[in-house]
Design a protein. Structure first.
Length: 237
């Protein structure tokens, strides 16, 4: 089974024409776009998703259950359908798009749309994984610290976050791969500026499979090392 999973990656080594291995200027630009907007989306995901994940892990009741339902909606929706929903809501004919158009703004096939697409792609994955990391921390630790006069903010900063660090790192890694590799949403909602997934699609359409290999190598090297390192580091701990 492991050999079956690894076979396509090993095959890529042999199928690549290393004598003609080069990136076109357009392919190089897509690398910059994916890395820049992927990192920006990841920062927003970490900033907004960490407190949400902690609240989901620590709270109970109907409000928490409703919040989890809303979190699962974008995660379970097929990416292409989610792209249509985002275009209908944020685009020129949507309620947000109509309001923005009045002040000269637009969110469709432009940098803000690409950033939003990355957030929608990665945020649910991050929150669910981070919630699991927070849920594994024994509640008795926080309760004991409270009896000693430690504030909840100090508990979160000095006890909860350090203990959940590896799980949060794994959650960020999964969100990174999910966001930087998203194609279905961006095809509909954020085709421009073209990141690596869209550029791979264009290269495939224009030149066939072999034309995608140089950019595919860069894409794999950009997307995989960080999550593999974080997951390996977490397993060692």
């Amino acid at each position: 089974m492991l050999l079956l999973l690894a076979a396509p990656f090993a095959g890529l080594v042999g199928m690549t024409d290393w004598r003609r291995f080069f990136l076109s200027p357009t392919d190089g630009g897509s690398v910059v776009v994916s890395l820049a907007y992927g990192l920006a989306a990841l920062a927003v995901i970490a900033l907004l998703g960490t407190p949400l994940a902690y609240w989901l892990a620590a709270s109970k009741g109907r409000v928490r259950d409703a919040a989890q339902l809303f979190l699962l909606l974008p995660l379970l929706t097929p990416p292409l359908a989610l792209g249509i929903l985002l275009a209908a809501f944020y685009g020129p004919i949507g309620p947000v798009g109509i309001l923005l158009e009045r002040v000269g703004g637009i969110i469709s096939n432009n940098p803000p749309a690409l950033l939003i697409a990355g957030i929608y792609a990665g945020l649910p994955t991050f929150v669910i994984a981070a919630r699991g990391a927070f849920a594994e921390i024994p509640a008795e630790l926080a309760e004991s610290a409270l009896t000693l006069g430690v504030s909840r903010r100090q508990i979160f900063r000095h006890i909860t976050l350090p203990m959940a660090r590896d799980g949060l790192g794994a959650a960020l890694a999964l969100a990174w791969v999910r966001g930087v590799g998203e194609l279905g949403i961006v095809l509909i909602f954020a085709y421009f500026p073209q990141g690596m997934p869209v550029r791979l699609w264009v290269d495939l359409e224009d030149g066939g499979l072999s034309a995608t290999f140089p950019l595919l190598w860069v894409f794999l090297l950009a997307a995989l090392p960080l999550p593999l390192w974080l997951l390996r580091r977490g397993s060692k701990r």
